[in-house]
Design a protein around this ligand. Structure first.
Ligand SMILES: *Cc1c(COP(=O)(O)O)cnc(C)c1O
Length: 384
């Protein structure tokens, strides 16, 4: 059958002018809307710098596997990204290495939530507190952010881009802890502000976007080579600006998110057998608790099995993704930034990861087909 279920992305909500109640993280954190998640992260790095203005070469700790935008956000503020390898087979930074990487030039650490799996922020916050580092929670892939219930982070980052839990076709937010010392809001306030027009054009764009997400249009769109859908590149961040995103629009996005069915349980049940074949169900660790997650992550027993299963799933119309493909030192455009940096666990993670779609259009028939394909092809001795 012609058609393909997209790997990620939920429908853009309709603009809703009803008054938005306070967000779950308020009043503990103040909300500043930014042009993107990357801009929000960069503004957080600027806050970290402003707290230690005497440091010329500020260093920012981050995981060695992740979105290249993290690097762009740091470089845009004149900072040096310092990588921390992962725990084996897990999306979390190795805590011993994290401690070892802290030095007199370190100003901040970014704890990144990965596909609904949050970082261990409580432990990181202790190390950050002892060393006077700003702890930034990057929650671009997780909603709600941990800080909505547990205020470990000094700042948190949300993204409203296309492949994120709440899709507003762009934009982001920086959440700043209300009792953070210094003048953090003055630092962010110094960023230029851009206008967000949610008029007729926005509504038209929303309609087209939502249409293109369906199985047949997505299948065709993916075949267009110059669109490069799903590819990861390093893109420098040119400007860090705020955005006048209407609060009710985010309110509508949050409501739509909360109504979305969760596929996490179904995947965990239907794929449980794969654990006996050497697969690891990362998606089990995602803190959905009835809330939807962005994608369901799996680690295959080997890179070869991962590649075979990802190909087989895509041939059968399932948008399975190998995500960033590589650890940050091996992403195109970043080789010179991280020359000589070794991160064997992040490399292994990148080589074995496959993600499954979790959005509102995934059906139980899709999940059954995915389970069948993994059953047949998911070991070194495939059945078919
Ligand atoms: C997407 C993403 C970002 C950047 O968000 P944009 O809104 O696309 O700029 C930052 N961090 C993580 C973990 C992301 O997944």
């Amino acid at each position: 059958m012609l058609g393909k279920i997209r790997p990620v992305g939920s429908r853009v909500p309709a603009m809703d002018d009803s008054a938005a109640p306070p967000y779950a993280w308020e009043p503990g954190y103040q909300t500043v809307f930014m042009a993107s998640g990357t801009a929000a992260l960069s503004a957080a790095v600027a806050i970290a710098r402003s707290r230690k203005p005497h440091i010329d070469q500020p260093e920012i700790l981050m995981p060695a596997y992740g979105c290249p935008d993290l690097v762009a956000a740091v470089i845009a503020q004149g900072g040096t990204p310092v990588l921390v390898d992962l725990e084996p087979g897990l999306p979390w930074m190795d805590r011993d290495q994290f401690r070892q990487q802290v030095n007199a030039n370190t100003v901040a650490a970014v704890g990144v939530g990965f596909l609904g799996i949050s970082e261990r922020l409580s432990a990181l916050s202790l190390i950050c507190h002892d060393n006077d580092l700003l702890l930034i929670e990057d929650s671009a892939q997780c909603f709600p952010p941990v800080c909505a219930t547990q205020p470990f982070a000094d700042c948190a980052v949300l993204s409203f881009g296309r492949g994120k839990p709440i899709n507003l076709m762009g934009g982001g937010a920086l959440l700043v802890k209300s009792d953070l010392a210094g003048q953090p809001l003055d630092v962010v306030g110094a960023c230029p502000s851009s206008r967000m027009d949610t008029g007729v054009l926005w509504r038209l764009q929303r309609m087209i976007f939502n249409l293109l997400m369906m199985r047949v249009p997505f299948y065709i769109l993916e075949k267009i080579p110059f669109l490069n859908i799903g590819e990861t590149h390093f893109k420098p961040l040119d400007s860090v600006s705020r955005l006048d995103l209407p609060r009710p629009l985010l309110g509508a996005g949050i409501r739509a998110f909360c109504r979305r069915p969760s596929t996490q349980e179904l995947y965990s049940q239907q794929l449980a057998f794969a654990e006996t074949m050497g697969w690891s169900l990362l998606g089990r660790r995602a803190g959905g608790e009835g809330m939807p997650i962005l994608r369901y992550g799996l680690l295959a027993p080997t890179e070869g099995v991962r590649n075979r299963v990802a190909r087989a799933l895509n041939r059968r119309g399932i948008g399975a993704s190998t995500f960033y493909h590589r650890s940050l030192p091996h992403i195109e455009g970043l080789e010179s930034v991280f020359a000589g940096v070794e991160c064997p666990h992040a490399d292994g993670f990148a080589a074995r990861l496959v993600t499954l779609p979790c959005h509102e259009d995934v059906t139980s028939a899709d999940v059954a087909l995915i389970a069948q394909i993994i059953r047949d092809q998911g070991s070194d001795h495939p059945v078919a």
